[in-house]
Design a protein around this ligand. Structure first.
Ligand code: NAD
Length: 466
């Protein structure tokens, strides 16, 4: 029976955009996205969507309230759906066994329990959240125990979209992965989900496999991507002390077709809700499987990322004459990458934390991040458990020029395009002298900045006037 109704549990960065594209490409399928957060659902039903993604609002406005619905009424959406995506968050555990490494699967479990409680007819349940290998087995067990009379098929269909390019990633994916049970019923369920994607994804891009391979592929793919960033960042440290230029090195190694040129940009470190969490997830699984060498290998990717962030802040303090206490430092960009307002695990948070530990006065500008979000991130207990200190040391600027006024240093943390085209002559004039620029993303014209008179510090190279 073809899929006519889809329910998605979780209206976040994955559930929202994914279901908007499915509804857009499959007009005969009714798609309902449910969430426990009333405010998130309200935002999805308004013109101020809860997340920023280029192209998202255009698609949502074409299909919302036609065949795409956002609601907190989960029961009826689950009950009437043929296929249910679980797209809830799977953050790293902050307490108990596996604290700091294992993913917290409580949201996945509660979604599975809800499905079992509400469903009265067979359904295909699709795990879209990133989960440890064998999580589908746990979902299957919950469903079988709580609703033994209903035949469920549980599939793994990990999402590979990247924030900032989510819509184009969803419209033209490199591949769509579907894992399922190796049985007749499993193959049939895989086929049903494949037919949904076939509305716009060429068949040869649909890869099917067993559930465990599919679950592990997602973790492994993110670990490989994070590893590339940590690898080039490790090289950047060597460049800075030898006079080599990390951009030239990246260009040279990326021209090798076995290596490829993407994901070779040195930076202040990777952020986002996925890379660190998923690598740690792989570390935890490897430890649990008694594979300590494998765990240690992947853990090094995280340690290198921490080192890169720390190295960058140490350099700021060192260049500013060994002290930033009381100095005004402009932080340009707070989201973890451009074209998103998402700040989860953003390197900016860690850079601000270290500067604030030194009692610097931090002025933050970001074109998309809500000031309230910045306050929440920086007053987290692990960052700065003191709202009075926050009010004394942190200012949010509404435009880049007011951020840099009287600043001793401007620190580029996010690669927003608008930072490239700012009037740096004007900026130089309003900053304290010597005026320092720290480019943590290698996006600025360093020669021009040196010509203006800035002291320029860049990851992975020593900029010089030629
Ligand atoms: N963000 C990304 O770029 C990305 C990319 C690929 C995969 N993933 C994975 O997808 C999953 C979701 O990520 P996200 O970034 O969309 O998370 P998110 O935090 O943005 O969204 C998750 C949503 O699920 C809701 N939720 C939690 N439990 C619920 C329940 N029982 N019923 C209804 N709603 C519930 C939350 O309120 C939240 O709105 C994670 O496993 C993540 O690792 C994320």
């Amino acid at each position: 029976m073809p899929i006519r109704k889809i329910c998605c549990i979780g209206a976040g960065y994955v559930g929202g955009p994914t279901c908007s594209v499915i509804a857009f490409k499959c007009p005969e399928i009714q798609v309902t996205v449910v969430d426990i957060s009333q405010s998130r659902i309200n935002a999805w039903n308004s013109d101020e969507l809860p997340i920023y993604e280029p192209g998202l609002i255009e698609i949502v406005s074409k299909v919302r309230n036609k065949n795409l619905f956002f609601t907190t009424e989960a029961d009826s959406a689950i009950e009437s759906a043929d296929l249910i995506f679980i797209s809830v968050n799977t953050p790293t555990k902050t307490f108990g066994v596996g604290k700091g490494r294992a993913p917290d699967l409580k949201y996945v479990e509660s979604a599975a329990r809800k499905i079992a409680e509400v469903a009265s007819a067979p359904k295909i349940v699709v795990e879209k959240s990133t989960v440890p290998v064998k999580a589908a087995e746990s979902i299957t067990k919950i469903l079988k125990h709580l609703a033994p009379h209903i035949p469920f098929q549980v599939l793994s269909n990990p999402e590979f979209l990247a924030e900032g390019t989510a819509i184009s990633d969803l419209l033209t994916p490199d591949r769509v992965l579907i894992g399922g049970e190796e049985s007749e019923a499993g193959c049939k369920a895989i086929e049903e989900l494949a037919k949904v994607y076939e509305h716009w994804v060429p068949r040869e891009k649909l890869i099917t496999m067993n559930t465990w391979s599919s679950e592990l592929s997602k973790l492994a793919a993110n670990a490989f991507l994070a590893q590339r960033i940590s690898s080039i960042n490790a090289v950047s440290a060597v460049c800075e002390v030898t006079g080599a230029n990390v951009e030239e090195v990246a260009h040279a190694i990326g021209r090798d077709s076995r290596i490829g040129s993407k994901f070779l940009k040195a930076s202040v470190g990777f952020g986002g809700s996925c890379f660190q969490k998923d690598v740690l997830n792989l570390v935890y699984i490897s430890e649990a499987l008694n594979l300590p060498e494998v765990a240690e290998y992947w853990h090094q990717v995280i340690l290198m990322n921490d080192y890169q962030r720390r190295r960058f802040v140490d350099k700021i303090v060192e260049r500013l004459f060994q002290t930033v206490t009381g100095k005004r430092i402009a932080i340009m960009g707070f989201s973890y990458k451009k074209n998103t307002g998402d700040t989860r695990e953003s390197s900016s948070i860690y850079i601000c934390k270290h500067l604030l530990d030194e009692e610097a006065k931090v002025v933050i500008y970001d074109p998309k991040v809500d000031p309230e979000q910045i306050k929440m991130d920086l007053t987290e207990p692990s960052i700065m458990n003191d709202k009075e200190r926050y009010d004394r040391l942190v200012t949010i600027a509404s435009d880049p020029y007011s951020a840099v006024e009287n600043a001793h240093a401007m620190v580029v943390c996010t690669e927003w395009d608008e930072f490239v085209t700012l009037d740096y002559q004007k900026i130089f004039e309003v900053m304290q002298k010597p005026a320092f620029i720290f480019d943590g993303r290698l996006i600025l014209n360093h020669t021009k900045l040196l010509e203006i008179g800035f002291q320029v510090e860049v990851i992975g190279k020593v900029p010089k006037l030629t």
